[in-house]
Write a protein that binds this ligand. Structure first.
Ligand code: BDP
Length: 672
């Protein structure tokens, strides 16, 4: 039980006959094989897989019956088979019903570098690229890619961008394209398309041109030729993902051109082949007074100016994948452009592969946020899935947490985030409770080790499923509590790759918008970033009634209070407590929640195999220490400004601020 099987652990399958009322193909062979591998229905049943026109079924969707799957595409049949098996394994009924995906493109973004390292990856090296830059594709590589593709297909993911958005121009060279082709060939039978992230200056760095100006004819020709070269090898290549004019990356703005100019040039290059361009809106420069406003300011004026095979890819929040942010005001504001949400599955700001944080609730919170952009009910989900605006394309992307670690994601519960992302991309209305329930049943049911008694197995639901589901559902709020409660954001340590607290971190000459004090603004007067009409006026980027609601501290939800307001330490909260006391209580609560998770997990021991039990127990122990460090460091740091006592009900600090800083105590657990 090393976790390698993910949620696809082998099952004692019942015999089944699969009848395919259509021609055979690699994809259909996979569907058949999956049924034979995992069938839990009546022994000896006959299951039919039929490809036929059905107006109720959208691309990739399917109609499910107890022993039948009908779809209009082969991929739809495969997804239908996985849904049927999932229902059998998790005890959900299989009634006649149509299932359609919320989004047309459901993608993982791998931040994998050509040298095999993974930016913000905490689960080992890349599964795609090798350290020694070797382009030899081994049988082991292929086997791993196949397992990876199968896992994606099982939750409906149909695309993978296999390299970092901070892209190397080398990725478009013949050697890398050769390996990309090999990867695409393995992913294809599972319906997973391959995409590449490209560097905007590739025509200069790789092609030897003098410019990468998107309006220069030679540059346009270079990209067209490159697209042709790629599609000759990979006819179903998905397209390009681009981070441009962002965090030092080259882009159209280097030539006085707009994001639309840049995106459209690439869109034209891939258009003849049906390719897509996903153009990221993660842009900010140090000159602006409020980083949170910039993406909106740059992109809203370009609404309607993008070619229809461009999708603007927007991070869930306006700053950067923080433990909690309000939704990005770009959602719903771009009404004539395809816009897709980008979530971060890898836990850069949420405890790496150490802390147990189930991110589904965070994504659900974003997807269900009402933007009001087209009246009440214009949720982020509906503004991006085509329900509100006639988007040409719909998509959702997640920054992958996958690496070469045996269990894929470093922390066993990190697998739940991969799973949840896929399920939400398929159905953006699913609840996190259902996703957790499904994942636990598939990942842990029947996994009690040899010592477990039969009695233990029958109590599995009450003693494992219920408490561990609750733990998962509470875990993100716990992380917010012990790290950045009440709307605080971006106060993590920079010294150790964003693990642990660092509200004090501000080396001289460092770009202000990369330092925590820029975001928390703590002083004797109070704490928080003033984004009200009297401050940076970021509130005005939200549609009413949100702008007015966020603008007033009396109506602004506590969750976003210090995101939008700079308030005195003795500010009276809705609870009646002062801001200072409330802040302290949140930190303290976060610590207690993690300790409680430890107890809950310890009690689950009889129901989990020994290997995964110990692995998670160790991680929770480290997380507990991390939570205490966050609490002590932040309260002691902010106390220098508030000059107020830590409330008596709060556990007194066990560290000193000086000790934490001087001894460099904020540090992730060394990798095993
Ligand atoms: C930030 C990460 C950085 C990424 C960037 C991005 O720290 O590594 O390159 O996001 O999304 O959060 O481009």
């Amino acid at each position: 039980e090393d976790g390698h099987q993910l949620w696809l652990r082998p099952h004692q399958a019942a015999p089944v006959t699969v009848v395919m009322a259509s021609k055979n193909s690699a994809l259909l062979a996979m569907a058949k094989q999956e049924l034979e591998r995992g069938w839990q229905g009546a022994a000896g049943a006959t299951v039919t897989l039929t490809l036929k026109k059905d107006n109720a079924i959208k691309h990739d969707g399917f109609r499910l019956g107890p022993t039948s799957v009908r779809a209009t595409t082969e991929a739809g049949l495969l997804y239908g088979v996985f849904e049927l098996l999932r229902r059998q394994q998790t005890g959900q009924p299989v009634a006649d019903k149509v299932f359609n995906p919320s989004y047309e493109y459901r993608l993982l973004n791998h931040w994998d570098n050509p040298d095999g390292s993974v930016e913000r990856g905490y689960a080992g090296h890349s599964i795609f690229w090798r350290k020694d830059s070797s382009f030899v594709v081994t049988a082991k590589d292929k086997a791993l890619w196949q397992e990876y593709a199968r896992a994606n297909a099982s939750v409906g993911l149909n695309g993978a961008v296999i390299n970092n958005v901070n892209a190397s121009p080398r990725i478009l060279s013949a050697d890398y394209l050769g390996r990309t082709k090999a990867i695409a060939d393995v992913l294809r039978p599972y319906g997973v398309k391959t995409y590449l992230a490209v560097k905007f200056s590739s025509p200069v760095l790789l092609g030897g041109l003098k410019t990468a100006d998107p309006l220069d004819p030679a540059v346009r020709k270079w990209w067209q030729a490159k697209a042709k070269e790629i599609y000759q090898q990979i006819p179903d290549f998905g397209g390009f993902l681009v981070k441009a004019s962002s965090e030092g990356q080259p882009g159209p703005q280097d030539y006085g051109r707009t994001h639309a100019d840049g995106a459209n040039m690439l869109a034209e290059a891939v258009r003849p082949y049906g390719g897509l361009v996903m153009w990221r809106a993660f842009v900010y420069s140090p000159n602006d007074k409020d980083r949170a406003k910039q993406a909106y300011n740059e992109f809203v004026p370009l609404d309607g100016k993008f070619r229809d095979n461009v999708i603007v890819q927007v991070k869930n929040g306006p700053v950067d994948f923080q433990p909690r942010e309000p939704f990005s005001p770009l959602f719903g504001a771009m009404k004539k452009t395809s816009v897709m949400p980008e979530f971060q599955i890898t836990q850069e700001y949420l405890g790496h592969a150490i802390d147990l944080v189930f991110l589904s609730t965070m994504w659900e919170e974003c997807l269900r946020s009402d933007t009001y952009q087209a009246g009440p009910g214009s949720t982020v989900a509906r503004c991006t899935d085509g329900s509100v605006y006639p988007q040409k394309h719909t998509a959702m992307a997640g920054v992958a947490n996958v690496g070469l670690d045996t269990n894929w994601t470093g922390q066993d519960f990190g697998q739940a985030n991969w799973y949840a992302f896929g399920r939400l991309a398929w159905n953006n209305q699913l609840s996190s409770a259902q996703i957790a329930d499904e994942w636990l049943k598939q990942t842990f049911a029947g996994a009690a080790d040899q010592r477990a008694t039969t009695a233990a197995a029958s109590d599995w639901n009450t003693n494992f499923l219920v408490p561990i589901t609750q733990l998962m559902l509470a875990s993100r709020e716990a992380a917010v509590n012990y790290s950045m409660p009440l709307g605080l954001h971006h106060i993590m340590s920079a010294t150790h790759d964003h693990y642990g607290p660092g509200p004090w971190w501000a080396p001289p000459k460092m770009r202000a918008d990369w330092t925590p004090p820029y975001y928390h603004q703590a002083s004797a007067n109070g704490v928080g970033f003033d984004r009200t009409t009297g401050g940076s006026n970021a509130v005005s980027q939200y549609h009413e009634p949100l702008a007015a609601q966020f603008n007033n501290p009396a109506t602004c939800p506590d969750e976003y209070l210090l995101w939008f307001h700079h308030l005195p330490w003795d500010f009276k909260m809705k609870s009646g407590r002062t801001l200072w006391d409330e802040l302290a209580l949140h930190y303290d609560q976060g610590v207690h929640q993690v300790r409680q998770f430890q107890q809950v997990w310890d009690k689950a021991q009889p129901y989990v195999d020994a290997e995964r039990f110990v692995a998670v127990q160790n991680k929770l122990r480290a997380q507990s220490g991390n939570a205490v460090l966050w609490k002590d460091a932040c309260l002691l740091y902010f106390q220098q400004f508030s000059h107020l006592p830590i409330p008596a009900t709060v556990e007194p600090p066990m560290h000193t601020l000086e000790g934490i800083i001087a001894n460099d105590m904020v540090r992730p657990l060394p990798r095993p």
